[in-house]
Design a protein around this ligand. Structure first.
Ligand SMILES: Nc1ncnc2c1ncn2[C@@H]1O[C@H](COP(=O)(O)OP(=O)(O)OP(=O)(O)O)[C@@H](O)[C@H]1O
Ligand SMILES: [Mg+2]
Length: 321
């Protein structure tokens, strides 16, 4: 699970707008189960979410003191991405939001006033060792001050190359519980948020989505790697060494001969990397298509480790098919 906190002491800098937009964009981009946690006592996104009439992303108003516990619970129940919206303050509660985040996004308006107001926020995030990125938000197109703001911000830290411009659709779409992407999928604002999430998710170290992919029941997308590895398949207490033809975090294709049948429960044993529980979805020509049934995090962890071990032992990048 990854957590992004939107933090800035400056009121109206775009935290809530970006929290809602990034959560919807991440969900649409296949980031899995996405939740917005609102630790702003005013519940800034509550009206938006109420008007939304859509189940995703999930919205959870919370007291910041409960944040750590709630994040652990969300992680256990398979949540993949959390966006934390916070009030314009620098309290111990905001510190909790910062210290529990993988990435802190600091929206900054392109004005001298916004820049002057930034110091305490940056000091707090740095003191807590938070990884942060500035996003210029509410910029007027073509304004010279945008560039000057970027240069000034670069003195502090990383600045998103994607600027969020001032446009009515950011506010208008949210009145109806939507986002600019759902308001008009071809608008400049839609393109902006798409690029901003692509940039931020890369900074989060999230695995890139390749062209070919598997989808699970939640429409989550997984890259699939071609393999040629031996793997132990366990069925009903019996073990057989088989050849792993390909694998993704959703499932695998394994040469099993007639060792397993459709619908059976099996375990793939990756020795030191761990085991993955799977269901046989189909068998044909001695090859079984398996669907993993463990929690997404477990599957990802094993598959990512396997891919990196195989890649480093062959000193090559495995083909994603
Ligand atoms: N890119 C944008 N273009 C136009 N309007 C915007 C943009 N971003 C935010 N707004 C509007 O600016 C106002 C403040 O934005 P928002 O509520 O997201 O800021 P905030 O940082 O969450 O504020 P607070 O600190 O009070 O929580 C809102 O009315 C919002 O609709
Ligand atoms: Mg807000």
């Amino acid at each position: 699970m990854r957590t992004v906190a939107l933090v800035s002491e400056k009121g109206g800098s775009g935290k809530s707008t970006l929290a809602g937009h990034l959560a919807v964009q991440a969900q649409a981009d296949g980031a899995g189960k996405v939740v917005i946690i609102d630790v702003d006592p005013r519940g800034s996104l509550a009206n938006w979410h109420r008007a939304r009439e859509r189940e995703t992303p999930e919205y959870k108003p919370l007291h910041a003191q409960q944040l750590e516990e709630e994040l652990a619970a969300m992680d256990r129940r398979g949540v993949d991405m959390v966006f934390v919206d916070s009030p314009p303050a620098l309290t111990g509660e905001i510190e909790l939001a910062v210290s529990t985040a993988d990435l802190v996004v600091i929206p900054v308006g392109p004005s001298p006033h916004d820049l002057y107001a930034l110091g305490p926020t940056v000091d707090m995030v740095e003191d807590l060792g938070g990884k942060y990125v500035f996003v210029i938000s509410g910029a007027l197109p073509e304004a010279a001050i945008n560039e000057e703001t970027t240069i000034a911000l670069c003195q502090f830290g990383t600045v998103s190359p994607v600027v969020v411009y001032r446009r009515d659709d950011y506010a208008v779409s949210m009145i109806d519980g939507l986002t600019v992407m759902e308001h008009d999928k071809n608008s400049p604002s839609t393109e902006e948020i798409r690029k901003l999430w692509a940039y931020l998710s890369k900074r989060l170290g999230r695995v890139e989505q390749p062209e070919a992919e598997d989808k699970d029941e939640n429409n989550r997308r997984y890259p699939r790697w071609t393999m040629d590895q031996r793997v132990a398949v366990i069925r009903g207490g019996k073990t057989m060494m088989c050849r792993l033809a390909n694998i993704s975090a959703g499932g695998a294709l394994v040469d099993v001969g007639d060792f397993v049948k459709d619908g059976e429960d099996v375990i793939l044993d990756f020795e030191s990397l761990g085991q993955l529980q799977a269901k046989v979805k189909h068998v044909s020509g001695g090859k079984a298509g398996l669907e993993f049934v463990d929690e997404a995090r477990t599957r990802w962890a094993v598959v990512k480790q396997l891919v990196s071990i195989v890649e480093s032992s062959h000193d090559t990048d495995l083909a994603e098919t």
